[in-house]
Design a protein around this ligand. Structure first.
Ligand code: MN
Length: 357
């Protein structure tokens, strides 16, 4: 936060901080934890809302009621569909002497960027695709704080799907198990995640994770995560067993149907492990392109080799993303086999998703 803003602006000083972050993964949670540490350092009252895109209307009408509040939004993008709602909520809060800081790494249309920058009280907007949101939050708010450095590193490991840090993997599963559990019981996701968030904000990873026993300190949470992992493995094996393969333009394309409670990231990691594949079928190889079809008709794209561009493949299904991971939409369906045939036909029509290098 640029300190000069304290001295040369005419608005009242903020007294509290409202953090709005993504509830879906470790990046959103770690970003909120770093924001909380910033609030502690500045002596600001703190409140967090962890949310997802479907709930923006409630969130921004809550934001509209804020006074003298520093509103920091992290790991959430904005596009034309929600721009009016966002503008209305933020403008209201700003007329009540609030300020806005938005830190993100998703794709933003120019119109959304211009809207945020045109708000009053000198808004701060940082959007950078090369980092995860927690890394940006760390750099902007708490660059010299060691706990925040660790939180940003964990988020990077999960968001870029590196999966090199055991505790980061475990935390990813903990977020999923807590989140899916709350959604099932129709409980508030923020309330459900608050205890973990508070510990991360207090002490970083060591607040929740015991590195000597390789377990969560909370025994119940550890049991839930272990159970979730077993169930998840069963579901993923079953999903992989029902796979549908085809060679297209010399690339092995595989489609799997994923049940609820599984993410395409889970599936992508699982299905790129050759040992797991061989245990299902000795002939089964890692696919060059893996498509995960969810029951709602959403498509996740992950690649098993560099010769494929997931973003270009996803574009053929009204989606987009990165070369290594992307998302798109097929639409509601009944017959999985018919969907596979249809997808294979679409992918055969273009070579855009094949990388020359
Ligand atoms: Mn993120």
């Amino acid at each position: 936060m640029p300190e000069e803003r304290e001295s040369n602006n005419t608005t009242k000083k903020v007294t509290s901080l409202l953090s709005i972050s993504h509830d879906k993964d470790v990046d959103g949670l770690a970003s909120a934890a770093i924001v909380w540490r910033y609030a502690k350092e500045k002596g600001l009252d703190f409140k967090a809302i962890l949310t997802d895109y479907g709930s923006f209307e409630q969130v921004f009408s809550y934001i509209a009621r804020q006074r003298d509040t520093l509103i920091i939004i992290t790991d959430l993008g904005m596009d034309d569909a929600i721009i009016d709602m966002v503008q209305t909520g933020l403008t209201r809060a700003i007329t009540q002497d609030s300020r806005v800081v938005w830190l993100d790494h998703h794709q933003w249309p120019d119109k959304s960027i211009k809207m945020i920058l045109s708000l009053g009280n000198k808004p701060v907007l940082k959007v950078n695709h090369e980092f995860c949101a927690a890394e940006i939050t760390h750099k902007v708010l708490m660059p010299r704080d060691e706990v925040s450095t660790e939180l940003a590193r964990i988020a990077h490991d999960t968001d870029f799907n590196l999966r090199e840090i055991e505790a980061a993997n475990a935390l990813t599963d903990a977020v999923s198990v807590i989140r899916f559990g709350a959604i099932d019981k129709k409980e508030d996701v923020t309330d459900a995640l608050y205890a973990v968030l508070a510990k991360l904000a207090d002490e970083g990873l060591s607040g929740v994770w015991d590195k000597d026993s390789h377990k969560f300190k909370d025994v119940l949470l550890n049991q839930r995560v272990e159970h979730y992992r077993k169930e998840k493995t069963k579901k993923m094996r079953k999903a992989l067993t029902g796979h549908c393969d085809q060679i297209i333009h010399g690339k092995l394309v595989r489609i799997v149907e994923i049940p609820s409670g599984l993410t395409s990231t889970d599936m992508g990691t699982f299905a790129s492990n050759p040992e797991i594949l061989v245990s299902i079928d000795p002939e089964l190889k890692v696919a060059d392109l893996l498509l995960s079809l969810s029951q709602g008709g959403m498509l996740g794209f992950r690649r098993g080799s560099d010769g494929v561009l997931c973003n270009a493949a996803a574009k053929m299904f009204n989606g987009g993303g990165h070369p290594y991971a992307a998302g798109g939409e097929y639409g509601l369906y009944e017959n999985f086999q018919a969907v596979c045939d249809d997808i294979f036909v679409t992918l055969s029509k273009s070579k855009d998703w094949i990388s020359e290098s």
